[in-house]
Structures are given as structure tokens and as C-alpha cells.
Design a protein around this ligand. Structure first.
Ligand code: SF4
Length: 159
């Protein structure tokens, strides 16, 4: 979550980005071993599957409405705090690969974010965040998701 664009109070009420269904399962975060072990220490029933050098959680229990929660989600929000996975820290921005180039896209599911002027969303990226996102993506290409047409492109990396 980008705290400068979305208030923590709004996030606390929503939590949509920490709940998934079969259509957005590809969006689930990749956890480091340390994160995984911390989650298991607090939620021993949580199960994980190795993925791209990290771990994704096993979505075993779907709610009656077809959704499942990230095991790091608690009543008080994410138990990982500021040490949450990169994809979660930059959400509702996402970094994706399109035709061999990296792009930063916007998750429309977050209306608080997406209803802001486009100039503000892009301007915030150009204030240093885009450089940090693309640098991180260079080091961790496994966290770059394939482009999904439901995510408007805000910025493409010029390499
Ligand atoms: S790691 Fe935290 S922020 Fe990321 S999906 Fe899970 S609960 Fe949400």
C-alpha cells in the first residue's frame, strides 16, 4: 500500500488486496523464507508452496463466497507490517512485463487509488518510485507479473 496516496484508515476498512479468488490467484505475493517462517510462527496452520525461490501460500480454504485470505492478514491488518512483500508495498501499483518491456500498471480494484487523477498517479511514480520499482524488478524478475489487460499501463521502462 502506498500510504501517501491511500490513507491507512481506508485500507483497514477494505483489505480487498489481501483477499483473493480463483481469478486473481496469480496476484498473491511471493514470501521470503523469513516471512514464511514468521507467518507460520503466528499461524501454524498456514501452508506454503515453493515458487521462484520464495513461497506462495496454499489456498486450501475458500470461503462460501469463493474467496480466500492471505494468511498474513489479521484483525489488525498485515502481520508483516512494513516488511511485507514488495508487491504488497507498492500496491495498487504493479510491475508487469509486456512484449519484453517492464511496465508499471494500476490495479483498478482499489477505487481510492484509481479515482485519483491520472496525472497524480503518474506524477507520484516519476518522483522516484518508478526508479525504485524498476531497480527492484531487475534484481527480482520473478516478482514481475505477465501483463494483464485489466490493468491500465501508467509507465513503461525505457531501457
Ligand atoms: S502479505 Fe500482508 S499486505 Fe500482502 S496480501 Fe498478505 S496480508 Fe495483504
Amino acid at each position: 500500500m502506498i500510504k501517501e496516496l491511500i490513507s491507512p484508515a481506508v485500507c483497514a476498512q477494505c483489505r480487498m488486496c489481501c483477499v483473493f479468488d480463483i481469478y486473481d490467484i496469480w496476484e498473491t505475493p511471493v514470501f521470503s523464507r523469513k516471512m514464511k517462517e514468521y507467518i507460520v510462527s503466528r499461524k501454524p496452520d498456514a501452508e506454503f508452496i515453493p515458487k521462484d525461490g520464495g513461497y506462495i501460500f496454499k489456498a486450501a480454504d475458500f470461503s462460501p463466497d469463493g474467496t480466500f485470505k492471505c494468511p498474513a492478514l489479521t484483525e489488525n491488518g498485515c502481520m508483516l507490517g512494513d516488511d511485507k512483500p514488495f508487491i504488497c508495498r507498492i500496491f495498487p501499483y504493479m510491475v508487469m512485463e509486456i512484449n519484453g518491456a517492464r511496465a508499471i500498471t494500476a490495479a483498478v480494484v482499489c477505487s481510492e487509488f484509481y479515482n485519483r487523477p491520472l496525472s497524480e498517479l503518474v506524477g507520484f511514480l516519476k518522483n522516484g518510485l518508478a526508479d525504485r520499482i524498476f531497480s527492484y524488478a531487475d534484481i527480482h524478475p520473478e516478482e514481475v507479473r505477465p501483463y494483464n489487460e485489466n490493468y491500465p499501463i501508467l509507465l513503461i521502462h525505457n531501457s
